[in-house]
Ligand binder design. Sequence first.
Ligand code: SF4
Length: 364
Amino acid sequence: MASTVGDLSFFSQKVVEWYNSNKRDLPWRGTKDPYAIWVSEIILQQTRVAQGYDYFVRFMRRFPDLASLASASEDEVLAHWQGLGYYSRARNLHKAAVSMQGVFPATYEGVRALAGVGDYTAAAICSLAYDMPYAVVDGNVFRVLSRYFGIDVPIDTVAGKRYFAALAQRLIDVRRPALYNQAIMDFGALQCTPHAPACASCTLADGCMAKNGGTVDALPMKSHKTVKTTRYFSYLLAWIGSCICLHKRTENDIWKNLYEFPLIETCQEIDMAGVISSAVSNGMLVPEETPTVRLLQRGVKHVLSHQVIYANFYELALPGNSRSFGAFLQVEHGVLSGYAMPRLLTAFLDRAGGLKGSPLEQCP
Ligand code: SF4
């Protein structure tokens, strides 16, 4: 059961005091520009600050305002997002920029209605840009509140989310919502961390229910563990003459609208002979054409939030007049970097030292 929630203003005051002595110098702090705050919040939705920092700087350099983002192509926005993952964030950012028609909304409802903006992001934008008293509730806030107040209501239930949202709203300092929201987020990120929180030096330690009750590691509570599915990918780096084949993922699946090499997905790992026969049976390879094939890398593990992918990479060479892979884009290898690809593939290309433009004998 949850503990009785005691002196709320004491908690808020302590967190803000802590923040004033410990806040991080970040490029999206100190601005009231809702566009910049929106971009930073979307980048930080599933990305750590250390990784998001450089992406934010680069993104703002190329798309400094709403107009520049709205007039760019989705492919270019995705290319600037490459490596950050969770690409629906970039697609929604672009979609929302187009939908705003040059004017960033100035109400909570208007901000909340933007593509890709949920309760947390709307509260962050409205409090940080407009000083509206909307409390943010994210993983950091769940953790700090559940520990300090000793709340064991599971955070992954509807009732739990409601409970914490109501508590967070009672805690927000309405005279300075931007300061308070940033303070509690930084407190969770730097002091009350998921693993090994710095309880010994914590300004809230005396009143912290979890510390005093020995439940720090058990909180916040979750009712379910995330179940991950396993997928097996065989990528074909298929050369037609001097061009490499690419495909744009358009299905409602991971990596929508990113580019990849021809892919064969199976429910278990298959060998090279299996890959070739699958490529023939699904129409990628014309049966009478026999490519030269070699295995480049095997068993590359790529972990996403709900999936684990095991990928094998093969290289195939066919002559320039081949009829195979007719449904794929064929691009010169030198322009591959202009196509946004998932991290699994860019990491592969990095390891391979690029493709060097020549099939088989020049690749590792
Ligand atoms: S004492 Fe430890 S668990 Fe409690 S709020 Fe501080 S860092 Fe978090």
